[in-house]
Design a protein around this ligand. Structure first.
Ligand SMILES: O=C(O)CCC(=O)C(=O)O
Length: 328
């Protein structure tokens, strides 16, 4: 059932029945529109957020998951001890994990990464991950040299930092034949591997071998269109997705675009797991809430992170990992 707001939104080009995902996406995504009697676009008011599921509040579709009832708990405790050193995560029994009714295999861990730890991850995303052998959208556009040491070169007149949109880690997806090449492994960052292996174990998806990841860099008011992530040969293992920076409205749809997506509010330091049938669902970022820069970024007190936090104002980062190949 579409909301009144959806019906008032500009009509999509395709049949709405086919494209309910896009109709909902437009509600949240649009910042400007041109009224019929005007030539210039005008700013839209903030969309109605009353339907957005906030994991910090109660919602009829949310339920809490007790990891101790999970048969993998003991396993994950061992994994925790093995993997957690240096990650500084809360003890496993303090993790707040939520499921979403109707979305098999979806889980959400609230505030897993504390603000002080978020600085570490944001720094890695901006300073380290976009360097070779990892590929960035800039390398794809401008060739080999582009994109290296973007942070160090950020004050140069031709700095490309602002154009950084994504970087890929580990196995590289080859867009021409649309596949990963098993014979061409690329080293995967051990810190992301430890974190996401632990998360997958603890939530019942172990063993998990993160082999490829995308880091997304969202600018002010950015978004990412609805899509499926179905290029991996191993689809039984989840996508583990971590958010940093501004809040965002994530749409979790169904296995076709005809199914109305549910809007979820993703916050900095939270981790989302898309396994089970949710791994096959359309999803995307309808809106980065650029006015909601978290306090610890807006008013960073740690000298060494001040520049980084100033770059992060109005922006969002996301790391998402996948196991690509079936392993015994
Ligand atoms: O930014 C996000 O949270 C979603 C990213 C995503 O869906 C993707 O990279 O495939």
């Amino acid at each position: 059932m579409l909301t009144t707001q959806a019906m008032m939104a500009p009509q999509p080009t395709q049949d709405a029945e086919e494209n309910v995902y896009r109709v909902v996406e437009r509600i949240y995504k649009q910042h400007y529109y041109t009224p019929p009697n005007r030539t210039k676009p005008v700013a839209m008011p903030l969309p109605d957020l009353s339907k957005v599921v906030d994991f910090e509040a109660s919602h009829p579709n949310l339920f809490e998951i007790d990891l101790k009832e999970n048969q993998h708990y003991i396993d994950s405790l061992q994994a925790y001890n093995r993997e957690c050193s240096g990650l500084d995560l809360p003890p496993l029994e303090q993790w707040r994990v939520y499921g979403l009714k109707g979305y098999d295999g979806f889980m959400y861990i609230r505030r897993l990464i504390a603000p002080e730890q978020q600085y570490y991850w944001m720094e890695r995303c901006i300073k380290d991950y976009p360097n070779p052998p990892n590929i960035t959208n800039l390398k794809a556009l401008y060739g080999d040299d582009a994109g290296t040491d973007l942070w160090l070169r950020r004050k140069e007149p031709d700095s490309m930092l602002n154009k950084l949109a994504w970087c890929t880690l580990g196995y590289q997806y080859d867009w021409t034949p649309r596949k990963y090449h098993k014979q061409q492994p690329v080293a995967f960052p051990p810190d992301i591997a430890s974190l996401t292996t632990l998360v997958a174990h603890a939530t019942g998806s172990g063993p998990y071998l993160p082999e490829a990841a995308i880091v997304n860099y969202y600018k002010k008011d950015g978004n990412m269109g609805g899509h499926l992530d179905n290029a991996e040969y191993e689809m039984k293992k989840p996508i583990v997705s971590i958010s940093f920076g501004c809040d965002a409205i994530f749409l979790l749809g169904g296995e076709t675009r005809a199914i109305e997506p549910i809007p979820l509010l993703l916050r900095s330091g939270d981790v989302m797991i898309m396994g089970g049938r949710s791994r096959y669902c359309y999803h995307g970022i309808a809106r980065v809430m650029s006015d909601n820069t978290p306090e610890h970024i807006k008013h960073c007190e740690q000298e060494e992170y001040k520049d980084l936090c100033s770059y992060m104002k109005g922006r969002r980062l996301n790391i998402n990992t996948r196991q690509v190949f079936e392993r015994e």
